[in-house]
Design a protein around this ligand. Structure first.
Ligand code: NOJ
Length: 572
């Protein structure tokens, strides 16, 4: 068993996290916007699924330029979502069901309506001036050529003092200045405020962006791009480890909580540093590497087909790098990514099979799995006809920018259909007629709700929901899932993802077909020929395990367990 520094097994290693995007989860008062009482009303559903932790996307007071990732007041609840009393009740009701609540910690930036920023922009001598990153322009232009992740320049000139402030995201999300100690102190106190309410930890928004190269050098401008990619100067920046260790010492070490850092651009080597318990930084990170395999070199909107071999090799790299050295978080979906069944599976004929296959393939890896709301139902992407139907600031800004560059509407919409964040943000599909709200939902519901919804899933013992439920149960009763080593097999096979997990005398073989074709699997290639395998979980019935080879059916996935022979050489 891998123990913590204090000798105990960390609870979050065996946990499964369920992410809620509160705006779209469940509306209790008919205003069309999901809320905390709505979440409370669905705790029994989550309990039935079996999850241990809920990660709540931001519920703080916000003007909602970026749906809560622009915080106006770190210590208040967003009005549409309810009150502090509702939040405290949520913690209590969740705890009663054995579920912990992890909050989103968004401290790379605030809203421009946060009182710190209102004060900061008033004058160069404001007490809060250094809470943000202010620089003078260069010859009437911004201080450098960096682009914002949400289009346009990353700098905005402010009328009052004539200086520019940095905003890596929208201009209503000014970046905080972590160089300034009083700001850090405020953040740590705010974290303590929430931890003392009994929350179970933090998911830290773009936390590896908080330390910038304060020289703010120009970045290289790629062909076809107007602004530079400045990420080399703010991702995993010079003081990031110092800040995270300071945060740990000031706050986190005093609580037994889960911490996961959202870290675009983090490599397995970076993750080893961030998540090695001896470094006292974070428990785990969200990598983006596997999410970036179906995009072009400069932007996510450039769609490329996924090559399974790349995905396998990437996941293998992470599995190997963090085994005994740190910890992985496992995910296919979140509120920023398109729905995985539409992306890496088949949203039509094989929707059920491919959703289950993806679940089995991910949940058998080493790490803490994250399920994003609706993933357990196999919810799919949406195709709204007009840009007016979209709500996401990133999507809308990109659309405007590309239209100005003369790119045709249809071409841009293709990218939005494949990659837009609203794919994940349509309201949760509870019943055949919606069930999310009695009013008008803030964003259109996916029009396949009649077919795909929780009510139907719960009534069908063969549904995707129950595959997730079973995977969660397996994790609780089989140490091999949490602690076993990982070995990739058939690494060059273009359609089959095959790997082994091994713990002491036990060996599990995981087979997943990522295609619509049947694929031949020869048992001797998996080093299990003639051994007596037991089916642990499968997404098709009647698995023939006694022959020399097997036709793995479209999107089929299964796990077989074997007892290793006492004297067999250890391959791992
Ligand atoms: C990452 C979050 O996941 C995303 O939704 C948000 O827009 C940006 N960070 C900015 O906070």
């Amino acid at each position: 068993m891998e123990k913590n520094l204090n000798g105990t097994e960390p609870w979050w290693k065996r946990s499964v996290v369920y992410q809620i995007y509160p705006r779209s989860f469940m509306d209790s008062n008919g205003d069309g916007i999901g809320d905390l009482q709505g979440i409370i009303s669905k705790l029994d559903y989550l309990c039935k699924l079996g999850i241990d932790v809920i990660w709540l996307s931001p519920i703080y007071d916000s003007p909602n330029d970026d749906n809560g990732y622009d915080i106006r007041d770190y210590r208040a609840i967003m009005r549409e979502f309810g009150t502090m009393a509702d939040f405290e009740r949520l913690i209590k009701e969740a705890k009663y069901r054995g579920i912990r609540i992890v909050m989103d910690l968004v401290v790379n930036h605030t809203s421009d309506e946060h009182s710190w920023f209102i004060e900061s922009r008033k004058s160069t001598s404001s007490k809060y001036r250094d809470f943000y990153i202010w620089r003078e322009g260069k010859d009437g232009a911004p201080p450098n050529n960096w682009g914002s992740i949400f289009s346009g320049s990353a700098w905005e000139r402010d009328e009052k003092t004539g200086s520019y402030y940095l905003h890596l995201f929208s201009k209503k999300q000014p970046d905080l200045n972590w160089e300034h100690q009083p700001l850090r102190k405020e953040i740590y106190e705010m974290m303590t405020f929430w931890l003392d309410k009994g929350i179970g930890g933090f998911r830290m928004d773009v936390i590896n962006f908080i330390s910038k190269d304060v020289r703010f050098p120009d970045g290289a401008v790629h062909p076809e791009q107007v602004f530079a990619d400045g990420s080399a100067y703010f991702m995993n920046g010079p003081k990031i480890h110092t800040y995270l260790r300071e945060m740990n010492e000031a706050v986190l070490q005093n609580y037994d909580v889960l911490t996961v850092g959202e870290m675009p651009g983090a490599t397995p080597e970076d993750a080893q540093i961030y998540t090695n318990p001896e470094n006292r930084e974070l428990n785990m990170v969200f990598t983006f590497e596997h999410m970036d395999l179906d995009r072009g070199p400069y932007e996510k909107w450039d769609i490329q087909p996924l090559q399974l071999v790349d995905l396998k090799k990437n996941l293998e790299k992470w599995q190997q790098a963090l085994h005994h050295k740190g910890w992985n978080s496992l995910y296919w979906n979140n509120h920023d990514q398109p729905r995985v069944v539409s992306r890496f599976g088949d949203e039509r004929e094989y929707r059920e099979q491919s959703a289950k296959m993806l679940a089995i393939c991910l949940h058998m890896l080493q790490g803490t799995p994250y399920i994003y709301q609706g993933e357990e139902l196999g919810m799919t992407n949406v195709k709204f006809a007009s840009i007016e139907d979209y709500q996401d600031i990133e999507t809308i800004n990109m659309y405007k920018e590309k239209r100005e560059q003369g790119i045709p509407h249809e071409k841009i919409m293709e990218s939005i259909y494949a990659k837009g964040r609203d794919n994940a943000r349509t309201p949760m599909q509870w019943t055949p007629d919606g069930g999310f709200t009695t009013g008008v939902p803030w964003m259109q519901m996916n029009n396949n709700v009649n077919e795909i919804n929780a009510e139907s899933a719960l009534a069908n013992p063969d549904s995707i929901f129950y595959t997730y439920q079973k995977l969660i149960k397996l994790r609780k009763s089989h140490d091999i899932i949490t602690y076993g080593s990982f070995q990739l097999l058939l690494s060059e096979h273009p359609y089959l993802f095959v790997y082994k997990r091994v713990l002491e005398s036990e060996e599990w073989l995981v087979v997943a077909n990522f295609s619509k074709r049947s694929e031949k699997l020869v048992w001797s290639d998996c080093d299990v020929e003639g051994k007596n395998g037991q089916v642990v979980i499968a997404n098709y019935e009647h698995l023939e395990v006694n022959k020399k080879a097997l036709e793995v059916r479209p999107y089929e996935a299964f796990v077989l367990s074997f007892q290793r022979e006492k004297n067999s050489p250890c391959h791992f």
